[in-house]
Design a protein around this ligand. Sequence first.
Ligand code: GLP
Length: 260
Amino acid sequence: MQIIIQPDPTAVSAMAARLVARLLHDDGRAVLGLASGKTPLGLYAELARMHREEDLDFHRVTTFNLDEYVGLPPEHPASYHSFMTEHLFRHINVDPTRAHVLDGMADDIPECCSHYERDIRESGGIDLQILGIGREGHIGFNEPSSSLASRTRIKTLTETTRVDNADQFGSVEDVPRHVVTMGIGTILDSKACLLLAFGKEKAAAIAKAVEGPVSAMVPASVLQMHEHATVLVDEDAAAELRLADYYRHVFEHKPAWQIP
Ligand code: GLP
């Protein structure tokens, strides 16, 4: 894995945006895997700025979001449909027919999940999957104990995740218990993964994901098995990494062309 430690969330978001922009310049038809949550907000704001001020073009880009709550209509303010519209899609020129978010209202959830898998495959596969990480190490909504080979499916949230996401709903009781999420196997099929994390509350999860054993109890640790995984964190999220100095040293001595 490539571990990059930046001073603060602004620097992390700027670097992540440069990575995405570089991909889109190389391939205007790139397929992006997108995440929701607080972590990618700075990245999305920077991509919107690049679109506005630097003509970063999304019109042939395809996107697939990681997950969605079951039982929330797309227009619900806490749905990930709303989140993506509000924070990214309405600020860029992505074609709405190519911006895919799972349907948490589908009558037949398993069918909807297999369609999603098929759509990802038919798009040519995800070139770059953006990921955040939960405090217990989840990616997407793949909670601890998720199969490392899992595909897109329904999952039940842990209490920790419901508490962490309660601010979007007003109270924990209002957070749905069920979600649909790309599986860990789906995520691993992406050609590259970029996991972002900020803040001390993510430090333990980052240390386990990067330096702990690969385990279904820490779903993000599976990125150790991916050929092109980058973990881009701020100093606070890096606080529990035993080899932090080594990762800094590796990054400082990278050839210039490898630096985003
Ligand atoms: C949420 C999302 C994840 C996200 C993670 C961290 O529940 N399903 O995709 O990466 O938990 O969220 P945040 O970025 O708000 O800390």
